[in-house]
Ligand binder design. Structure first.
Ligand code: GDP
Ligand code: MG
Length: 739
């Protein structure tokens, strides 16, 4: 974004810092190692708990000497003999003293002192340019500006120092022009050197204040600030020091005393007078220490390139740069926790084994909170608007990662849950079947559903982050519940099928017995014309189909009751029961047809006809076996018996009720396909003539038990059999005579 906000700290690393650091060198280059210095001196971690002081004044007025005594710094000092300019550019050093005033006062923590190159007062274009630039730089960063001045210069309105002050005032207005919201003030701390003592400090102070006001009125003020007063921007403090060379002991003692003023202070609410030390909160530039080097560099870049110094913009740029940096730093810790989890999840997905990661919620929200908190602590010191935006950015970055992770987790929990549920129900049903079938399907489903839902709910809840809307996974929970219901209904359908198979088997076995019995009655042959067997109305061959139909209906009815009862017990819907019953009726009919077909299979039916015929032929009307004599009308009996039995063949050929001489109402019995039936419900159903009209088979065809050709075939075969019996009887009659 801004080239001049390049990362700092890339300079020579093993630099010696005992003389502090040259922030701006003689070529007006900014030192990239400033941040490294701030880190080494542990100022960088101090937040707002640091102070920045600059010193101004003509060359060789003992500025460096003063700072070194005051703060234990080691700025170079011009040797007594050489007399040439020593301080090039701007140096910075951290206060190395802890106490002042003989150790009675503890100085403020983290005082940074800037020693600014002075001018020698001559009109040098190059110097004036640098003087102006360094004044701007110092004002933009420093809380306190020490103005070093000889006592004999006080009142010399035209003196070199006055020129410097003019510059300071002008650049201050320039800064304020861009930053009118600012409530920041600065303290101009005048230190009067070589104070002889004949003029009291209070007099010197008044003189200086008059001079300053004069200078202020002389400078040209930008539009809108014409009426501004010097006191709108500056506070003033004064101190006087004795001659260092003439009164060395007194000098040292006074400097030590002066040191005690570099502590925190505030304005009295009563009379606005200063209380405590020189560091008033309103002087602080509110640049967090860890952003100071970047800010200072940005400010210097603008100054050096003669751009209008726009501090609010600088602060915003700084905030953007630092917030991004802090964001990257805090994301490293987040990554350490989250990346391995993301990788595990991705790997599991790749292998097709979705895995529920243990304690993911705790890990996720823990990492999130740590990350956001760490960001907040460091970044909230910067420009509020930028901070808020960057925080939102960070949160959405973190949240999008967590969201993906959590959704993967819930999808794994979903899949695992569905499988577990389905397995649990199936196993419980199997166990129930093994134990003799005494299980309640609905209860099993209910219990397993509750259990599975509870596990899912617990997982979903563990992922919830308080106050974070996206982490509410209720929709996923409902989706899961819906799928469990779908699985339940599938399992219930399977259970219905199993039930249907059991009931169909029962129907088959009942039909097998009952229908077999009805057909066996044909063999007795005296159904229609024979003597009663029990005294009741004799079973008539003519109502064979009526009896079969009734038996069939009775069995199916009973089967339906069993089916419906059981199906209702596992909470099958009415539709599902209807479909099941419809299927059962159809399957039962098919079973009946199969049984009938079995009964009329050639061998079987021929045997029955033969038995029927023999019964009529070999026994008289009273059921007594006939002993044939040659005089008997064997031929007549034979013919009657044969014709009587032959009437059975057309009867057997069609399923017809005696009374109506029509097929039973099979379509009515089976009924229309229920509305709830699905294609799969019809899959294994054989078509039934007259019921499934589109199959092209009529009810008449469905009710045809023997085809025309089979019938004729049967007649021929039966006749042959009957003939055989007749011949045998004839022989036995003749044989009886010869004996
Ligand atoms: P700077 O250029 O303002 O930083 O001045 P220096 O600290 O390098 O000092 C310049 C010269 O002034 C040195 O030779 C010092 O010994 C001398 N000096 C320092 N302090 C005082 C003082 O309080 N009074 C006088 N008269 N000379 C001083
Ligand atoms: Mg110096």
């Amino acid at each position: 974004m801004n080239g001049h906000f390049a990362p700092v700290g890339n300079g020579p690393s093993a630099q010696q810092y005992e003389h502090g650091i040259q922030v701006i060198d003689g070529d007006k280059e900014f030192n990239k190692s400033l941040n490294e210095y701030l880190q080494e001196t542990h100022v960088a971690e101090a937040g707002f708990n640091y102070h920045l002081i600059s010193v101004f004044g003509s060359q060789s007025t003992g500025k460096s000497t003063l700072l070194n005594h005051l703060f234990g710094t080691e700025f170079s000092v011009m040797s007594e003999s050489e007399r040439r300019q020593t301080t090039k550019g701007i140096w910075m050093s951290k206060n190395k003293k802890e106490g002042a005033n003989g150790g009675a006062t503890k100085m403020a923590e983290n005082i940074l002192v800037m020693d600014v190159e002075g001018t020698d007062g001559r009109e040098r274009g190059e110097d004036q340019d640098f003087e102006r630039k360094s004044a701007l730089f110092a004002l933009a960063t420093s809380e306190v500006l020490i103005v070093n001045i000889w006592e004999h210069q006080v009142g010399l309105y035209q003196g070199a120092n006055m020129g410097l002050l003019k510059t300071v005032f002008e650049v201050n207005l320039q800064i304020f022009l861009k930053d009118r919201q600012s409530t920041t003030r600065s303290l101009l701390f005048f230190v009067i050197r070589d104070h002889i003592g004949t003029t009291p400090l209070s007099n010197l102070r008044n003189t200086l204040h008059q001079d300053l006001t004069k200078i202020w009125s002389s400078i040209s003020k930008p539009q809108g600030l014409e009426d501004s007063k010097i006191d709108d921007y500056f506070d003033f403090a004064f101190a006087a020091l004795p001659h260092k060379i003439l009164q060395p002991d007194k000098f040292l003692a006074e400097v030590d005393k002066l040191g005690s003023r570099f502590t925190a202070g505030h304005r009295s609410t009563k009379d606005q007078e200063f209380v405590g030390g020189v560091f008033l909160p309103e002087y602080h530039r509110r640049i967090p220490a860890d952003g100071l080097s970047v800010y200072a560099e940005g400010v210097w870049d603008q100054i050096a390139n003669n751009k209008d110094l726009d501090l609010p913009t600088q602060q915003e740029l700084l905030a953007q740069f630092r917030c991004d940096e802090i964001s990257r730093e805090v994301l490293v810790a987040f990554d350490t926790v989250i990346t391995p989890l993301e990788e595990r999840q991705a790997e599991a997905a790749r292998l097709g084994k979705p895995t529920v990661l243990p304690d993911l919620g705790a890990a996720g929200s823990g990492a999130r909170e740590k990350c956001v908190k760490a960001f907040e602590i460091q970044a909230s010191r910067y420009h509020k608007g930028v901070y808020t935006t960057k925080r939102t950015e960070l949160e959405s970055k973190v949240d999008s990662r967590l969201k993906a992770l959590y959704q993967g987790q819930l999808s794994a929990a979903h899949k695992a849950g569905v499988t577990a549920f389905s397995d649990a129900v199936t196993n419980a049903v199997k166990a129930g079947q093994k134990a003799g079938g005494g299980y309640e399907f609905a209860e099993i489903v209910d219990k397993q559903k509750k259990k599975t839902l509870e596990i899912f709910k617990k997982e979903a809840k563990s992922l919830a982050i308080p106050g974070v809307a996206w982490s509410n996974f209720k929709p996923q929970y409902h989706l899961f519940e819906k799928e469990l219901d779908e699985v339940s209904s599938k399992l219930r359908k399977e259970e219905m099928r199993r039930l249907a198979i059991r009931v169909e088997r029962w129907v088959k076995s009942r039909l097998g017995e009952a229908i077999g019995l009805e057909f066996n009655k044909l063999g007795t042959g005296r159904g229609g014309n024979g003597a009663p067997e029990t005294g009741d109305k004799p079973p008539s061959e003519k109502d064979l189909w009526d009896r079969i139909w009734n038996v069939f209906i009775g069995i199916v009815r009973e089967a339906q009751e069993r089916f419906a009862d059981r199906a209702k017990s596992f909470e099958a819907s009415e539709d599902e029961v209807d479909v099941g019953l419809w299927r059962l009726r159809r399957k039962s009919w098919v079973a009946l047809r199969e049984k009938i077909d079995e009964e009329v299979m050639e061998g079987n039916i021929l045997m029955k006809l033969r038995e029927n015929f023999e019964d009529k032929f070999r026994y008289d009307d009273d059921g007594v076996p006939r002993i044939w004599r040659p005089t008997d009308d064997i031929e007549g009996v034979y013919t009657r018996s044969r014709e009587s039995t032959l009437t059975l063949i057309p009867l057997l050929s069609r399923f017809r009720l005696a009374e109506t001489y029509a097929p039973p109402d099979l379509p009515g019995f089976i009924g229309a396909q229920p509305a709830g039936a699905e294609p799969e419900d019809e899959e294994d159903l054989a078509p039934i003539g007259g019921v499934d009209e589109e199959e092209g088979k009529s009810l008449e065809e469905e009710m045809t038990v023997l085809s025309e050709s089979k019938r004729q075939d049967l007649v021929v075969k039966f006749k042959k059999t009957a003939d055989g019996v007749y011949v045998e009887a004839k022989r036995s009659a003749i044989g009886g005579i010869t004996q």
